[in-house]
Design a binder for this molecule. Structure first.
Ligand code: T1G
Ligand code: NAD
Length: 655
């Protein structure tokens, strides 16, 4: 196998070119190739060395596929240190996304330049790790303690100009990176600018309390996660000890994280998310249909958010409602959401205005005649949905994709009312649709491959994470929510309070405890859905009597000011003795003996419910693989990614 690293002497500059698609990850061959190139540069007439990459990006990090295996020499820290120790000036030229170990290679170089479009970052924390090739020691020396802590504990990349301002790079070029870098190196050589080593820089003065401030902030923001705290420890060491001691501390801490459960879970999730985009039996380059214009039917909670998702991604959107006042109401929600995004700094005024302008309102289905894709998001009423699809069948052009955003209805039954079932699919967005990344792509019995491939590609354009589901009641996520919800109800009757159950699950890492989630979604949603079910599908009445009594008492959840909790004016949940009384009375009604229940038992019982249902979903072929279920539950239901997802956690915990 030819080395992915090539060395040439161009004039008096040695050029190390890395070409290891798709992202120039620092595999063993790349690391070895860099070392071999440095051997050559040490012995030739070169007066300086350039490190540059082919393809779409500078090295995007250590090779994650090598993790978990015994590290093979040359180790990445040794490569970085060899670059830094080189006695000729070494320049790194960055483009694309220079991330993790890739940016650490650049930090080892003596000078750094980048294309204006480049981004640099240290996202190791997202893998439950920390920059383990000197990054925690060199970054604070170049950019200061605060900027280093922000960059590494957030894992969020910064653009070239921000990196320049922070002192992390020295030059930004607008085009022709290689030429500009070579010209710059010639200047450096003419000025006799020698090696400049970040490890020799002192740490700029800073407030000694900054470390504990970060620890306290991260204990909330990254509750339960070990890597962010470890990064603070490493930067504190950089500020307090010699480089070599700090580097040794970093290495030891890195190895501990690498061996830990949280990094294993996050690395699993990194690949799970990418795997989910691959559909068995559907070639990656499968034929797709052009999608430029989109029609959305129903401008309610979901329709408005879906319209924004498409408008924000540059599509022309026609939002169709049943009447002018319904349309005005729907569009005013959209306007309010855009105003909110601008206020929160998510969008500039201009961008919000441009996106909003892409959404046209209508009450006339004839306006959908030429759109490439329609998404129906009307009430969760099977009859109404079938009526609408029959109408679309007669209105939309041949080849238009007809999608439903239904949470539970049978996509095959909806497809069957049209003469084009091959063009029908489910696109199940999650609320709020312009924010939640998960998109369940529901493949009907007759859905054509190119329709499926088109929707998978569309998800990427919407910056959503797609997961393919077969047709069943609740698809993947909502189907798993049912047994989970049933166990919650049984735990309540057996002695756990709403507050205890939520605290136990939030302590486990869930973004929000189940009773708060039910109150947020509205207890009437489940109540109505249950009314539509035949008795045999309702299950054990003990699993829904309490929420039924709450709804019948007008306690619909947060929307009515009370559900399982009471809510004060700013929506804070307050435990309510009236609810405890209803629970105790219902337990008696079912003859259930109440007892003390520990948090661990609550967590295990609820996770077991998720894992058992997840296994059935894979066994039935509704989900392609267990890791897809992890992606659904992390992105759609706030399961902590640092636990890997319910299936990964269940396997690791032996549930
Ligand atoms: N190692 C191995 N494979 C990688 C990879 C990596 N670091 N990054 C991406 N890939 C593969 C990915 O699996 C996919 O493969 C293909 O490249 C395209 O990726 C010591 C230890 C770079 C922003 O965390 O953030 O350095 O599916 O679909 O959307 O301190 O990939 O095509 O077969 O994501 O354009 C730190 C992780 C590692 C960066 C590109 N680096 N990667 O996004 O494409 S830890 C990271 C990304 C580290 C050192 C430590 C993104 C991207 P396939 P993609 P994309
Ligand atoms: P909603 O009640 O908020 O909005 C439904 C909208 O459809 C209303 O504005 C109504 O005026 C409109 N409508 C009704 N009949 C119509 C017709 N013939 N033509 C055009 N518009 C019509 O409902 P929602 O919460 O937005 O849910 C919509 C769909 O999305 C449902 O199938 C629901 O199951 C699904 N869904 C909801 C959520 C959620 O959390 N709310 C999440 C995912 C999916």
């Amino acid at each position: 196998m030819p080395s992915p690293v090539n060395y040439t002497l161009t004039g008096d500059i040695g050029v190390i070119t890395i070409d290891h698609p798709p992202v120039n990850a620092l595999s063993l061959a790349v690391r070895q190739g860099i070392m071999d190139s440095l051997d050559a540069a040490a012995g030739d007439a070169s007066r300086a060395v350039l490190i540059i990459c082919e393809g779409r990006t500078f090295c995007a990090g250590a090779d994650i596929s090598e993790f978990g295996k015994p590290p093979e020499e040359p180790w990445l820290p040794a490569v970085v240190n060899r670059i830094e120790a080189f006695d000729k000036p070494v320049v790194a030229a960055l483009h694309g996304t220079a991330l993790g170990g890739g940016f650490e290679i650049a930090l080892g170089a003596h000078y750094r330049c980048a294309l204006a479009s480049a981004k640099i970052g240290l996202p190791e924390v997202r893998l439950g790790l920390l920059p383990g090739a000197g990054g925690t020691q060199r970054t604070p020396r170049l950019a200061g303690v605060g900027a280093a802590l922000d960059l590494m504990t957030s894992g969020v990349p910064v653009d070239a100009h921000r990196a320049l301002a922070a002192g992390l790079i020295d030059r930004v070029f607008d085009a022709d990176l290689a030429d500009a870098a070579m010209a710059w190196i010639a200047e450096l050589v003419d000025e006799d600018a020698g090696p400049r080593r970040a490890s020799e820089l002192p740490i700029a003065a800073h407030d000694g309390g900054i470390f504990d401030q970060y620890r306290a902030r991260l204990a909330k923001k990254a509750r339960g996660q070990v890597a962010p705290q470890a990064i603070v420890d490493c930067v504190e060491q950089a500020a307090m000890t010699e480089f070599a001691d700090g580097e040794a501390f970093e290495r030891e801490t890195f190895m501990k994280l690498m061996a830990g459960d949280q990094s294993a879970a996050l690395r699993h999730f990194f690949f799970a998310e990418r795997e989910a985009a691959k559909v068995e039996g559907l070639a990656m380059g499968a034929q797709t249909r052009p999608i430029e214009s989109v029609g959305i039917i129903g401008g309610g909670t979901m329709g408005g958010g879906i319209a924004m998702s498409f408008a924000n991604a540059g599509f022309a959107v026609t939002l169709v409602e049943i009447s002018d006042e319904a349309l005005d109401r729907g569009l005013s929600i959209v306007d309010r959401n855009y105003t909110g995004s601008v206020k929160r700094g998510k969008l500039s005024e201009d961008a919000a205005a441009a996106n909003r302008a892409r959404i046209a309102g209508s009450t006339d289905y004839a306006n959908l005649a030429d759109v490439d894709l329609v998404i129906e998001a009307v009430f969760e009423d099977p009859g109404l949905k079938k009526e609408i699809f029959a109408r679309l069948d007669g209105t939309c052009k041949p080849g238009a994709i007809l999608a439903t955003n239904t949470s539970y209805q049978d996509v095959d039954a909806i497809a069957a009312v049209t003469g084009r079932p091959q063009d029908v699919i489910g696109l199940h967005f999650f609320s709020p649709a312009h924010i939640m990344k998960l998109l369940e792509v529901v493949r009907g019995e007759k859905t054509a491959d190119d329709v499926l491939a088109t929707c998978m590609q569309l998800a990427k354009r919407l910056r959503k994470v797609p997961v393919v589901s077969g047709v069943c009641y609740g698809f993947i996520g909502n189907r798993m929510l049912r047994p989970y919800g049933k166990q919650v109800q049984l735990l309540l009757l057996e002695g756990a309070s709403p507050g205890q159950i939520d605290a136990a699950m939030e302590g486990f890492g869930m973004a929000m405890g189940p009773l708060r989630v039910f109150d947020l979604a509205g207890l009437d949603v489940g109540y109505k859905a249950r009314q539509a079910l035949p008795d045999e599908m309702k299950g054990d009445p003990a699993t829904y009597r309490v929420p039924e009594l709450l709804v019948e008492a007008g306690r619909l959840g947060q929307k009515s000011g009370a559900g399982f909790y009471r809510y004060d004016d700013d929506g804070k949940p307050i435990p309510d003795p009236a609810v405890d009384e209803i629970i105790e009375r219902t337990a008696q009604e079912f003859g259930i003996e109440r007892r003390e229940i520990g948090d661990d038992e609550i967590v295990e019982c609820l996770l077991r419910a998720l894992v058992d249902e997840g296994r059935k979903i894979v066994a039935e072929g509704i989900a392609q693989r267990e890791s897809d279920i992890d992606v659904v539950y992390v992105y759609g239901y706030g399961f902590p990614a640092w636990r890997g997802g319910p299936m990964h956690y269940g396997a690791a915990a032996g549930l």
